[in-house]
Design a protein around this ligand. Structure first.
Ligand code: NAP
Length: 265
């Protein structure tokens, strides 16, 4: 692979972590339809991602796949290197990659192994990837006036909702919420804005194992908007932010949860 930039992208560039499927893939598709070049990321083999790449390219934008595990430092460096070589710029970072615990265990039984795995992927990965990308965004912002860098973190209603059968997930997402505030504060002097999207119950591979439980809870009125969330619901919120329509807001939280967060009487 060449070590120089082929050509600096004229279109704005978005990196969406964990975008081989689910919410991340929907975000990538929606951004592509809005004119962004895309870096797709995940751990799947490249051949599994080809249909998605083709679909994104059918919107007339460029898409690359960076196979990398966000929890591993070397892989995060690879992401930066590939972005620099293939696009020469970054406008939008969407920290979306995330996992549920492999086994739902009561908080009194959670293992260190599961705790470390979930925290590494859901919190340590995005924390240090943001550090890496933000430093490049700072450089880019100084070099050229036409870039408006934005970072969007996908947290969850679990960042404030207690589910003792997946404590490590809830703690990791609470960490993502604090990470949003910290980076929003620190990066404001460079004109880089940071936002958080809190999805509710969204129909993806992640929620498939608990589909029946949530079907019942939604039917019983768990959410004011009585339906499952769709990956596209989250994707639309990402695009609204990525298009720059919130120029005087940072550290802002967008609930995409059918109203789950409302206290009700
Ligand atoms: P999903 O369908 O299970 O997809 C997860 C994505 O993350 C896949 O593309 C997967 O790619 C990627 N991924 C997993 N581990 C990774 C790693 N170590 N490095 C890089 N990529 C990795 O999940 P989803 O429901 O779309 O969830 C996406 C995000 O939304 C997560 O952060 C999740 O916590 C959050 N969220 C989901 C819901 C929901 O109800 N579904 C609700 C609130 C928040 P590979 O398989 O190719 O590795």
């Amino acid at each position: 692979m060449s070590s120089h930039i082929n050509q600096i992208s004229e279109r704005p560039v978005a990196l969406v972590t964990g975008s081989t499927r689910g919410i991340g893939a929907a975000i990538a598709l929606e951004l592509a339809q809005n004119g962004f070049n895309l870096a797709i990321n995940g751990r799947s083999p490249e051949e599994q991602v080809i249909p998605l790449i083709n679909k994104i390219q059918s919107f007339g934008v460029k898409a690359i796949y960076i196979r990398a595990d966000v929890s591993i430092g070397e892989d995060r460096n690879l992401i930066l290197k590939e972005l620099k070589e293939k696009f020469g710029r970054i406008d939008i970072l969407v920290n979306n990659a995330g996992v549920a615990p492999e086994v739902r265990r009561d908080i009194l039984e959670v293992t260190e192994e599961s705790f470390d795995r979930v925290m590494a992927i859901n919190l340590k990965g995005p924390f240090f990837l943001t550090q890496l990308i933000a430093k490049w965004m700072i450089e880019l912002k100084k070099e050229r006036g036409d870039i408006d860098p934005i970072i969007i973190n996908i947290s969850s209603i679990s960042s404030y909702t207690s589910s003792p059968e997946r404590a490590e997930y809830c703690i990791s997402k609470a960490g993502v919420s604090m990470m949003t505030k910290l980076y929003a504060h620190r990066l404001s002097e460079y004109g880089i804005r940071v936002y958080e999207i809190r999805p509710g119950i969204i129909l993806t591979d992640m929620t498939m194992p608990v589909k029946q439980k949530y079907d019942r809870l939604i039917a019983e009125g768990l959410t004011p908007i009585k339906r499952w969330g769709r990956p596209e619901d989250v994707a639309k919120a990402v695009v609204a932010i990525a298009k720059g329509y919130f120029p005087f807001s940072t550290g802002e939280v967008f609930n995409v949860d059918g109203g789950f967060h409302l206290r009700r009487l």
